[in-house]
Design a protein. Sequence first.
Length: 279
Amino acid sequence: MTALLLCADPLAPARSRRADPHFAREAEAAALTAVIDHDALARGDVEEAVRRVPRDLGPAWYRGWMIGSDRYADLERALADRGCRLLTDAARYRRAHELPGWYEVFQGRTPASVWTAEPSDDWLAEAAARLGSAGAVVKDFVKSRKHEWATACHVPDLGDRAALRRVVDAFLDLQGEDLCGGVVLRAFEDFTGPEARVWWLDGAPAAVTAHPDTPGERVEPDLAGVGERVAALGCRFVTTDLVRRADGAWRVVEVGDGQVSDFPEDTEVRPLIEALSNA
């Protein structure tokens, strides 16, 4: 039986093995669980983070709050020292979690993208020319600021270099220390309707759900050709977010490591957790 490592309830006593309430449904559905102190992990105290994981637990999936790729590598090493093996290793976590890791595999099915660690004015001008689109979306390797759409996310006209610089600077300022990797420009495409989140386990769709931002809006995406690309990515547990473009084509707008992808409310999580437990 494969264990599920969940984030501990930060309000529970220090020795408690109670999961964070956000993951309570998953704790109830799993046959074997342990808890990770996410706050300790975030501040770099990895030994404290894994202290409540039983020794020789064996193979496990993490299901919890997002972790930076470097912190995930620290977690993998600390768990291995306790006899617990994460079924997604650090290299594959980074591959699915960060856009530069998955972009090439999904190129052609996802908006054209360019990225850099240093968004100089010269790079922005070159990137705008390379994208070949009227507008763009600004994000880092993992997240955007879509809730600040007009000020720190969307550039309606890439020909307006001052506006591009302004949006990128606003994005960097708001991300601050949470910036992951660097700046990404994604060609703007006109999407319509809600997104669907597909949960893939060993190359097959284990669940299709609404996106957690719109939990009541479930749609059935066209998955033709997507599974082959998921298999080519070489990661066991991943998510793909798909949305219909205005011309009717289904596009992959995001790929993520399934361990840190949020599950929508009011959707039965037990079949997915049972599949993970039996993997």
